[in-house]
Design a protein around this ligand. Structure first.
Ligand SMILES: [Zn+2]
Length: 139
C-alpha cells in the first residue's frame, strides 16, 4: 500500500521540477510558457494542500479506530470500566457511551468513611461511580 507521505513527497518533487521549468522559461523570455508553468505550479500546490488535508483526516480516523479497539477491550464492572491488562486504572463508562472516549476516573475520597467501596470521579465529564464489586486483584 502506498502511503500518503509517499504521495506528498512525489508532489513536492514535481513542484520543484515545475519551478525549474519556470526558471528556464524566464531565461528563454517566453511569457506564455512562463504563465502556463506558473499555473501548473499553483495547481500542484493546491493538490498538495488537499492531500495534506486527506492525510490529517486519515490520521484522525486511524486514531479513532485505535481508541475504539482499545475501548472494546475494557470490562464493565458495576458502573466503571477496567482494563484487564492494566489493572489499577478505572475508566468512565459515560464517556465511552456518549463520546467514544477513554477517560480516566480518579478516586474521590468523599465517601470512603461511610462506605467500603471507593468512589471514582471522571476528570472529563464529572460522572461519579461507586463500583462495589471492583477488585483489582481479580482482573
Ligand atoms: Zn466521563
Amino acid at each position: 500500500m502506498i502511503g500518503i507521505g509517499t504521495i506528498l513527497t512525489g508532489i513536492s518533487t514535481t513542484i520543484s521540477t515545475a519551478q525549474k521549468a519556470y526558471d528556464l522559461s524566464k531565461q528563454m523570455n517566453n511569457l506564455e510558457l512562463k504563465e502556463v508553468i506558473m499555473e501548473l505550479k499553483e495547481e500542484l500546490l493546491e493538490i498538495r494542500s488537499k492531500v495534506m488535508q486527506l492525510k490529517e483526516e486519515s490520521d484522525a480516523l486511524k486514531e479513532q479506530a485505535k481508541i475504539k479497539e482499545d475501548l472494546s477491550r475494557l470490562k464493565l464492572v458495576d458502573e466503571v470500566l477496567v482494563d484487564p491488562e492494566n489493572a489499577g486504572i478505572v475508566y468512565c463508562v459515560k464517556c465511552r457511551e456518549d463520546n467514544g472516549k477513554k477517560s480516566v476516573m480518579t478516586e474521590s475520597s468523599a465517601d470512603i468513611k461511610y462506605s467500603k467501596a471507593k468512589q471514582y470521579e471522571c476528570k472529563t465529564c464529572g460522572h461519579a461511580a461507586k463500583p462495589y464489586h471492583l477488585n483489582f486483584t481479580g482482573y
